[in-house]
Design a protein around this ligand. Structure first.
Ligand SMILES: Cc1ncc(COP(=O)(O)O)c(C=O)c1O
Length: 385
């Protein structure tokens, strides 16, 4: 037997409490029983999205909600500005192109955060732009973009919104949607929501709902106005069959998150990220990002080590699943996740596994060197007695 540890930035580990809740016998979704769960879940979800606006649950992965944001806010021939700093930023452009929406691409070197001056210049040069589409956390490069500052740039532009893919950021870092004036915030179940894949959440500001009134990109399944009518208080259902077991799981997850408290949750994630960075640095590994994310940490695999084989060895021989790199970073990096159901000893496992694997791949490092550096940080989680 090899014990398995899932340390990838989605899917993440599902807590036992959530698995047990989801294992209950199926109930029908058009019933008062399901509606009661749905309504309670929606209200808790608003607290996580930090908004008084309706939060919608969609039966799709995160990409579905990304597409929903574009097609519900834009008409064919409209223009959007999007930040392309990695695999997921690039996706905005691909989705927009499918719907005949013109794009102004802000290409950012992988591992860098977008420069605000570039966003401002693009907005000034394209006053007709319907919005700026950006990742809060670009998972492919483990980089955070300055969404608060971007929202400040669109706030006073009447028909221009800030749309945030917070798929690996919501429930990890503080994203107060209403306070910061974010217009759309998207998340996905298999990340900090600690659930299996298949459910996305999306919240729209009043300004975004106003833009949605005039948007004409065609969609049937992802018509957010139809969803809103069904999902609002009093109706408490979904337009189409919901991912019912995931909604029930989300109900349990949100209880866990609120029991922990949002501030504590942010502190925990921040500490885990800091420890992961310290552990990797002590092993001489360089971070991929100059604005490192709190959800996952990416580091270059040392020269001379076959990166693809390294990540595979960790997974198949040692039982520790990390994510490797994508596209230009394929075979060059590994990414350690620490979003969701993770705590201090998961980071110890991660760094310790990397130390052993580096030695096995002929790249000698002192055993315990990275672990010790991580532990110095992790100990902050426990009070002195
Ligand atoms: C930041 C970000 N955006 C979008 C996606 C795409 O989400 P999904 O794979 O759930 O469609 C991911 C998935 O990893 C992501 O991390």
């Amino acid at each position: 037997m090899i014990k398995q540890y899932l340390l990838s930035p989605g899917p993440t580990t599902v807590p036992e409490r959530v698995m047990l809740r989801m294992a209950a016998p199926m109930i029908h979704h058009r019933t008062p029983q399901f509606s009661a769960i749905f309504a309670e879940t929606r209200e808790m979800l608003k607290q996580i999205h930090q908004t008084t606006q309706d939060t919608l649950m969609l039966a799709c992965s995160g990409t579905g909600a990304m597409e929903a944001s574009i097609i519900n806010l834009c008409s064919t021939g409209d223009t959007i500005i999007y930040v392309n700093g990695g695999k997921f930023g690039e996706r905005w452009g691909k989705i927009a192109a499918k719907h005949g929406v013109n794009t102004i691409e802000l290409k950012v070197d992988w591992g860098q955060a977008v420069a605000l001056d570039d966003v401002k210049a693009a907005l000034d040069a394209n006053p007709q732009a319907r919005g700026v589409f950006v990742q809060a956390s670009e998972t492919s490069t483990t980089t955070e973009h300055p969404i608060r500052e971007i929202a400040a740039l669109t706030r006073n532009r009447e028909n221009c919104v800030t749309v945030v893919d917070a798929i690996t950021a919501l429930g990890v870092i503080n994203i107060p949607m209403d306070d910061w004036g974010l217009d759309v915030v998207i998340s996905g179940s298999q990340k900090a929501f600690m659930l299996p894949p298949g459910l996305a959440t999306i919240a729209l500001s009043q300004k975004a709902w106003r833009l949605a009134e005039s948007a004409t990109c065609s969609t049937f399944y992802f018509d957010l106005k139809t969803e809103r009518k069904n999902q609002q208080a009093g109706k408490d259902t979904t337009a189409w069959t919901p991912a019912a077991s995931l909604v029930i799981g989300l109900n349990e997850v949100l209880k866990m998150m609120l029991e922990e408290g949002l501030d504590n949750l942010f502190v925990r994630h921040t500490l885990l990220a800091k420890a992961a960075r310290a552990g990797l640095a002590a092993l001489g590994m360089t971070l991929v990002s100059s604005a490192p994310a709190t959800s996952a940490t990416g580091a270059f695999i040392p020269e001379g080590v076959d990166g693809g084989a390294f990540v595979k060895y960790l997974r198949d021989t040692m039982g520790v699943t990390f994510a490797g790199g994508q596209d230009a970073l394929k075979g060059r990096i590994l990414r350690i996740a620490h979003l969701g159901y993770y705590d201090v000893f998961d980071i110890v496992i991660a760094i310790s596994a990397i130390e052993i694997a580096l030695n096995r791949f002929g790249h000698p490092v002192q055993m315990g060197q990275g672990v010790a550096a991580a532990q110095q940080v992790l100990a902050e989680r426990f009070v002195k007695v």
